[in-house]
Design a protein around this ligand. Structure first.
Ligand SMILES: [Zn+2]
Length: 257
């Protein structure tokens, strides 16, 4: 059993890292007790540690070989396979973006993901932590993929708290919006029922995880047409092809939370 001990916790009255640290560190004294109670219930012995290989893009330094997740033991083998695949597809998209942007060393390339997103994303291009404005979908995509690099580094080099993947009974995949850039765990909640069958395709799954990661990277909803947090993952789901007028956006963003 791995104990959740850490001296990094900002909760002064205790030294345990809460798996819901983002909530815990914001706790005032009043809610600290409740928060601690919740933390105690969650022990890593209920989880299986999984490692996912991280490809190394050109022009990006300091990339860990793997990222790690604590997958709740209630997920089946097949569900685990799909979760791994969904995350790997996202990592491939991130990898290709950086390679295309690197463009043989100029670092001024426009990736296919950025070009696709730029066609459709016009609203809420800016993450919550950004000070300056973000002019267009290309800049927003570059910023998001750089922040994914940060999340990957913090996870792979164990700078952030353990990332857990928990089951949930509604929607598809959920993660709250993070307000800071550093040490943000890549924790997710995934509805296991949605992973059974192919109503949710592998591309849909990867797009849904991308939406959740964008929340961890600081972007906010609404999860509808024109908003960056929706259009960027929808490009992933369409495999970067233009929109088909006969397919409603809602058939994609119904998989977002
Ligand atoms: Zn959302």
């Amino acid at each position: 059993m791995i104990l959740l001990t850490s001296t990094k916790s900002k909760c002064k009255k205790h030294k345990k890292t809460c798996l819901k640290k983002s909530t815990c560190t914001k706790c005032q004294q009043k809610c600290l007790k409740t928060c601690l109670k919740k933390c105690k219930k969650k022990s890593l012995k209920d989880y299986k540690k999984i490692a996912i290989e991280v490809p190394k893009p050109q022009g990006v330094k300091n990339v860990p070989s793997h990222i790690y997740f604590y997958l709740h033991k209630s997920f089946t083998k097949e569900q685990e396979r799909r979760i791994r695949l969904g995350i790997s597809l996202l990592l491939d998209r991130w990898y290709t973006h950086h390679n295309q942007k690197w463009n043989g060393g100029t670092n001024t390339g426009i990736s296919d993901l950025a070009a696709c997103t730029n066609l459709y994303a016009t609203k809420k291009l800016k993450p919550v932590w950004a000070k300056s404005s973000v002019p267009n979908g290309i800049a927003a995509t570059n910023l998001a993929m750089n922040q994914f690099t940060q999340l990957i580094r913090d996870n792979g080099f164990k700078k952030s708290p353990p990332a857990t993947i928990d089951p949930r009974s509604s929607t598809t995949i959920y993660a709250p919006t993070a307000s800071t850039k550093r040490r943000v765990p890549l924790s997710l909640q995934i509805n296991p029922k949605q992973l059974n069958g192919q109503a949710l395709t592998d591309l849909d799954l990867s797009g849904s995880i991308t939406h959740a990661w964008l929340h961890r990277a600081g972007w906010t909803d609404p999860k509808v047409t024109s908003y960056f947090i929706s259009e960027c993952p929808m490009c992933v789901m369409r495999n970067l092809t233009p929109k088909n007028p006969n397919v409603r956006d809602s058939s994609y963003y119904k998989f977002f939370d």
